[in-house]
Design a binder for this molecule. Sequence first.
Ligand SMILES: Cc1cc2nc3c(=O)[nH]c(=O)nc-3n(C[C@H](O)[C@H](O)[C@H](O)COP(=O)(O)OP(=O)(O)OC[C@H]3O[C@@H](n4cnc5c(N)ncnc54)[C@H](O)[C@@H]3O)c2cc1C
Length: 320
Amino acid sequence: MKVLIIAEHKNGQLSEPTREILGLSLGQAEVHAVAVGEGGESLVGSLGERGVAKVHLINSPALTSYTGESLGQALGQFIQQLAPDVVLAAHTPQGRDLAPRLAAALDAALATDCIQVSLDGGQVTARRSVYAGKATAEVEFTDDSLKVITVRPRTVNPPEPDATRSAEVTEVSVELPGQKTALKEIIVSDNVRPDVTEAAIIVTGGRSLGSAENFSIIENFADSIGAAVGSSRAAVDAGYRPYRDQVGQTGKVVSPQVYIACGVSGAIQHLAGMRTSKHIVAINTDPDAPIFHLADYGIVGDLFEVVPQLTEAAKKRNGS
Ligand SMILES: Cc1cc2nc3c(=O)[nH]c(=O)nc-3n(C[C@H](O)[C@H](O)[C@H](O)COP(=O)(O)OP(=O)(O)OC[C@H]3O[C@@H](n4cnc5c(N)ncnc54)[C@H](O)[C@@H]3O)c2cc1C
């Protein structure tokens, strides 16, 4: 079986969600990776050390500031040449944009946001979280068509590199005529903290914060432990936080190592976005709040007292 991994990268560094995909148990598969755009050659070492046999580099002036359209076209052409059985991409904004484009263009089977993928004995199966995380669906592919699968970040442990391994490199040229879209400008976010989808630790505040200003309590705590700031939808709707921070069914789906919910009730739509976090901590005045059913650690208390104390303790530990 031939597996192709779409390697995401930034400033010459392999993205963490791509590194995680390399930790999937791919059995005896022949593992290829493709890197698009400038800087792809600097990934070859990391990919080879993590089990990729061949790295394909696609570059073209049309891909310098690529759009979903040009990237999809470039990868579509290359996938047709390589003819893999499975294409794996991270379920990141880029992967979410690309996977359906590729599946439609190549008439492939599609399974997105998978939390487990298995390639045992040539049979590919994937698991996806459904019904707001209340159940898991097992997806089986019923014919030999190409399978395009995206993997939810932070659900697989990245493998340790093995310096004795290396990958072959090939350069691939593509034709990108007649683009219908062009990238005009990238407006850099003013968020100085990590994004909730990338952070290992998230501190989330809910409606109970009462104002945008009071979120400074959450921000200070997050900064003291290097965390991202998340928000419930109620806090976003009230104008306390921007939508980009919203966690949940209609926000972002996250799986950090530690999720600290401060004054968040734990509505099912919120749980849908953070249920797969490795360790969940809840701080809530109501001992019957639903979030405590999911939490590994709970503090029944007023966040306005508890959170500043945690911040002080973290600062002391940091020596500041
Ligand atoms: C279609 C749909 C999609 C939705 N999508 C999302 C989504 O993506 N994300 C999301 O979050 N919600 C979503 N919701 C909304 C969801 O149902 C809840 O209304 C929302 O999550 C509640 O936010 P909250 O926990 O901040 O507020 P509340 O439910 O009001 O809870 C506040 C909590 O704070 C506690 N509290 C109060 N004061 C303090 C204090 N001083 N210290 C500590 N604890 C305190 C209370 O005991 C309570 O548990 C969606 C709803 C629908 C219908």
